[in-house]
Ligand binder design. Structure first.
Ligand SMILES: *Cc1c(COP(=O)(O)O)cnc(C)c1O
Length: 506
């Protein structure tokens, strides 16, 4: 369905030679203005109607193929086609994470301030890699605010990233340079010799991006040490100490330990102080992966678990998870930012900071050179819209919802809470499954709920069993959505029992 045509000539390119002062893709100012207004109107309608739409819906195979295979036409189109395309081909098939009944992964809806900032930041289009511009200073400022919210010392710095995976990769590469440089094996045959002996540690509950990052920097799987976790899914410091000692005795070089603040599966927070103590006594770098739970220190209910957080060497935080900054906005925070510069400051003749008092460019603290300023602006806008109290209230909202959800599960004789917390997640199962294969049943139930389109949850493996998992990270979620979710689960279970053969993918 196309919108009515405009009262001015459409900006169509490719049909005639454009004037020299306005090459494609330039747009007539009035066309641009009208389209921006139309887009803004559509966005506000879309977001306010979103709870009425299905959480997600299956995408027709033909449409998927069209998106993958459609060729580029010879002549260009009208600017207004962008909105038409998004409305008809993209928006009806979201991941679902904008919807208040989406509980599957740690994916939030976009914060309104972040949304506006993304558009404005794209217009300014600063690159936060080199040179001087306002957004680069704003990035330094937002990183400092994040570090402060996380409870890190005032000396801290860091960079924004595309997300937690990239932040974990930067942390690992930084720690490797720090460790090898300190040993005098930053290059040459000493590097080859020592690099081949590096070992790293994390709990068995850690996010898989840690192992992926290790693979990227050339540390093979056989030198990774997933350390056992305790009954509450927290890293066991005694097991860490034993693993490190065994590796040292074998002539290996333990250099990096990751604690997780808010594990992805069950929301556990690893013990910080005992791990820092082990890292200090063995010469390791302590990285806290707080992609989800890095800001827990600001929530009074969680603060006691973050004692000692100021002593970690680095921390990953994902503002696109807990703060609803639009995807992708992650951050690596480092208590001594000099370590980042040692790892990443590579120079080129055409890229030389000018004045002697110039601050280090952000490209000297990360892998990227041309970097979006939209991240800093969207983060700044979201943080300033919330204020410090708003951040606390938001996290507390999720914690309260999760408590309610766990209470409702505990109160329902057909459901059993298996794990969850202190971060806002509930892992649960059916008590009376009536089947010898409850794992497959739970997978089927999650699938049934998703296909019905009124709610969306995931499954996860806890204690070797497949169970249902619902996490809370949507500021639009209310208590009625929790009731809806549990209703949908029980309804799916009843339907499955009534027709156990109809479990194939539609
Ligand atoms: C989500 C998550 C990551 C990965 O972050 P992305 O932004 O998805 O790349 C890493 N660690 C933990 C603990 C996470 O929850």
């Amino acid at each position: 369905m196309a919108r009515s045509s405009h009262d001015h000539a459409p900006a169509r390119f490719g049909e005639a030679t454009p004037p020299l002062d306005e090459a494609p893709p330039a747009a007539h100012p009035k066309v641009l203005r009208d389209e921006l207004i139309a887009a803004a109107e559509w966005v506000s309608q879309y977001l306010s109607n979103l709870p009425e739409a299905p959480v997600s819906r299956p995408m027709p195979a033909r449409q998927r193929a069209r998106l993958r295979e459609a060729p580029l036409g010879r002549t260009g189109g009208e600017l207004g086609q962008v909105l038409d395309f998004v409305r008809e081909e993209i928006a009806p098939f979201p991941t679902g994470n904008g919807h208040p009944a989406f509980f599957a992964w740690i994916n939030s809806p976009p914060a309104p301030a972040g949304l506006i900032a993304e558009l404005l930041g794209a217009a300014v289009n600063a690159t936060c890699g080199m040179g001087d511009n306002a957004l680069m200073d704003l990035e330094r400022g937002t990183v400092r605010i994040l570090a402060d919210l996380a409870g890190l010392p005032a000396t801290s710095g860091g960079v924004l990233t595309s997300g937690g995976s990239m932040a974990n990769l930067l942390a690992l590469a930084t720690a490797r340079t720090w460790y090898l440089t300190r040993r005098g094996s930053g290059d040459g045959t000493a590097y080859d010799r020592d690099h081949a002996r590096l070992t790293l540690y994390y709990s068995a509950q850690a996010h898989m991006s840690v192992a992926k990052a290790a693979a990227c920097i050339g540390i093979p799987a056989h030198r990774l040490r997933p350390v056992p976790s305790d009954a509450q899914h927290r890293l066991d410091p005694a097991a860490l100490r034993a693993a490190v000692a065994a590796d040292q005795a074998a002539g290996l070089l333990p250099f990096f330990t990751v604690t997780t603040l808010g594990t992805t599966a069950t929301g556990a927070v690893d013990p910080l102080e005992p791990v820092t103590a082990i890292c200090r006594s063995t010469g390791m770098w302590h990285h806290a992966d707080g992609a989800w739970g890095g800001l827990g220190a600001v929530a009074p209910a969680l603060a006691h678990l973050y004692r000692g957080v100021a002593d970690v060497d680095s921390m990953t935080v994902d503002p696109h998870k807990s703060l609803s900054v639009p995807v992708g906005c992650g951050a690596l925070l480092v208590t001594d930012p000099e370590h980042l510069h040692t790892a990443f400051a590579h120079r080129a003749s055409y890229l030389t900071p000018g004045e002697p008092d110039t601050l280090p460019w952000l490209s000297h603290a990360t892998i990227e050179l041309t970097r979006p300023g939209t991240r800093a602006l969207a983060l700044w806008a979201t943080l300033h819209h919330l204020g410090r109290d708003g951040v606390t209230t938001l996290l507390q909202h999720y914690l309260t919802l999760a408590d309610r959800l766990r209470d409702k599960i505990n109160a329902n004789p057909r459901l059993e809470l298996v794990a969850g917390g202190p971060w806002p997640v509930a892992c649960f199962r059916l008590t009376d499954t009536g089947t010898s294969d409850p794992d497959t049943l739970h997978t089927r139930i999650a699938h049934h709920v998703r296909t019905a389109g009124r709610a969306y949850l995931a499954t996860v493996t806890v204690h070797h069993r497949t169970v249902l998992r619902a996490c809370l990270c949507n500021y639009r979620t209310s208590e009625s959505d929790l009731d809806l979710l549990l209703r949908e689960v029980l309804h799916a279970a009843d339907a499955d029992r009534a027709a156990p053969t109809q479990d194939t993918v539609e």
